[in-house]
Write a protein that binds this ligand. Structure first.
Ligand SMILES: [Zn+2]
Length: 115
């Protein structure tokens, strides 16, 4: 395994830590039922807006966390850096830009093109 992969592994671990702490912070403000109530009617609009924003942010963070954890699992499997679609080795520059990349450049653009 090239030395750079070790660095990428480190980066992914740090990203996971960071995402987890962000999710933790949000978890204190977001309730399961989504909208909380306020004693001050005037504040409700703002509160609902803030919670909606937090919910979508937390969804986004969870998705990022999933892909980071997925990438970390690939380290365990020894498949890190290999495109999940065509099996090609993902360019190091791409991995450095996006350590949790699942696909090579070609497959990624093909996927985006079909969307
Ligand atoms: Zn590919």
């Amino acid at each position: 395994m090239p030395a750079n992969y070790n660095e990428l592994h480190q980066v992914l671990l740090e990203q996971r830590q960071h995402l987890l702490s962000q999710l933790n912070t949000i978890a204190h403000t977001v309730r399961e039922d989504g909208v909380g109530y306020s004693n001050h009617m005037a504040d409700v609009g703002t509160e609902v807006f803030e919670q909606a924003r937090d919910v979508s942010l937390s969804r986004q963070l969870k998705r990022s966390l999933e892909s980071v954890e997925h990438a970390l699992r690939k380290f365990d499997d020894g498949t890190y850096g290999i495109c999940e679609l065509c099996g090609a080795i993902i360019e190091l520059a791409r991995l450095e830009a996006l350590p949790s990349a699942q696909y090579c450049m070609e497959c990624q653009s093909r996927r985006e093109g079909t969307r």
